[in-house]
Design a protein around this ligand. Structure first.
Ligand code: GCO
Length: 402
């Protein structure tokens, strides 16, 4: 069956995303590594060597480029770059500079994330985002990172601040023996301040387009629960989108929806298809996420910085991605300004506690680190090369200008 398509903008970025702690391996100086090895840890298995991408990134970028993709989102690991407070490692900065060079050599646009959940141990010991100088420390870390960003256009300051704040709260609250009570406006404002401080540094460089990437939950209200939904969503999502209004772009990360009833989220029915993370199979989420983000941010440019599915059936991955891209193309036809699509994830990787949920366009052997591309990688690369989106309606996508 041939797929119906619609033309994509020529300069649209087609790629895949990863994060340092999930693929590099050996991030011994990060707070997550410590938590993974704590005697009372709740994680199923530690990250260990992950995909050994710290050494094998060249192979990863080559696989992506050979498949026809044009962009790679990866993150810098703060705990490597600043192993002790105020001590910046030139060697680690050079390592990430080589990653950027490798992308450039292969004609791949690097999309660099400065912070993807992990912080150095020293920062965690001082209270993480609650440390009195946390905003200033993040500004200084951004200044250190900026020294290798001379030819980098897209920088994501902080990944999923809305999810991170929930995690931060959970950690703090576990320390005092209380359960996580809900999102903290205080912590949210702290990370927003860190984001703005980092943005200021990046804008000082003159050439960087920066933003942060927000986890979009696609909150859908049952009839009559609209107000409950709006209140539920504010500190979990909309506050973070509002903070993007002055940015160059916002990263949209979408996987599933959350249905809100009069008492909050409603569990999925037994009849829904679930992915390996237990989430509902719902490809339409991305289109909804983009439309909502467009509305709350006032229409700033968007980059899909994550969208994907944990599955052992690659045909389902292709089907999910086709549905998501159809929703994206329809949202673009209705005026959403989307500049790129970065699939989560390039590799099967460490899903924050377990290697079981496999999100990769490329399978990774856990023992040998051998990479095996799945058909979905070639499928996405082919769309990139043909510069077309799958289209449910055949609607023309409005061209965007940069
Ligand atoms: C997150 C991250 C990724 C995840 C992905 C799948 O949202 O947790 O940005 O690190 O691996 O979202 O859960």
């Amino acid at each position: 069956m041939t797929m119906r398509t619609t033309p994509a903008p020529d300069d649209f970025l087609w790629g895949a995303a990863t994060a340092g702690h999930q693929i590099e391996g050996g991030n011994v100086n990060s707070d997550h590594w410590r938590a993974e090895h704590a005697p009372d840890t709740h994680v199923e298995e530690p990250s260990g060597d992950a995909c050994d991408s710290y050494h094998r990134y060249g192979q990863d970028i080559a696989l992506l480029a050979d498949a026809g993709l044009t962009a790679y989102r990866f993150s810098l690991e703060w705990s490597r770059i600043e192993p002790e407070k105020g001590r910046v490692s030139r060697a680690e900065l050079d390592h990430y500079r080589r990653m950027i060079d490798t992308c450039r050599d292969r004609g791949v646009e690097p999309v660099v994330t400065l912070h993807h959940f992990t912080v150095p141990r020293w920062q965690a010991a001082e209270g993480g985002w609650y440390a009195p100088d946390a905003v200033d420390r993040f500004r200084r870390y951004t200044e250190a990172a900026a020294t290798i960003l001379a030819d980098v256009t897209y920088v994501v300051t902080i990944n999923e601040p809305n999810m991170m704040v929930n995690q931060t709260q959970a950690l703090i609250d576990t320390e005092v023996g209380v359960n996580f009570p809900g999102p903290s406006p205080h912590a949210s404002r702290l990370v927003a301040a860190a984001h703005h401080a980092s943005t200021e540094v990046l804008h000082g460089l003159g050439h960087v387009r920066s933003g942060w990437s927000v986890a979009n939950q696609v909150y859908q209200a049952l009839p009559g629960a609209e107000q409950v939904r709006d209140e539920w969503a504010y500190w979990r999502e909309d506050f973070f989108l509002e903070q993007s209004r002055g940015d160059d772009f916002v990263g949209v990360q979408s996987y599933l929806r959350t249905i809100i009833g009069p008492d909050g989220p409603v569990p999925f029915g037994d009849d829904v298809e679930r992915t390996l993370t237990g989430w509902e199979y719902y490809p339409a989420a991305l289109g909804h996420a983009l439309r909502h983000t467009h509305e709350v941010t006032g229409g700033i440019p968007m980059l899909v910085t994550e969208n994907g599915i944990a599955t052992s059936d690659d045909a389902r991955r292709i089907d999910y991605t086709r549905g998501a891209l159809e929703g994206m193309a329809a949202a673009m036809a209705d005026g959403c300004d989307v500049r790129g699509y970065l699939h989560w994830s390039l590799l099967d990787n460490y899903e924050w506690g377990s290697y079981r949920p496999t999100f990769g366009l490329v399978a990774v052997d856990r023992r040998t680190f051998v990479r095996t591309p799945r058909p979905s990688l070639a499928w996405l690369g082919d769309l990139a090369q043909r510069r077309v989106f799958p289209a449910a309606t055949g609607a023309e996508v409005r061209r965007t200008t940069s």
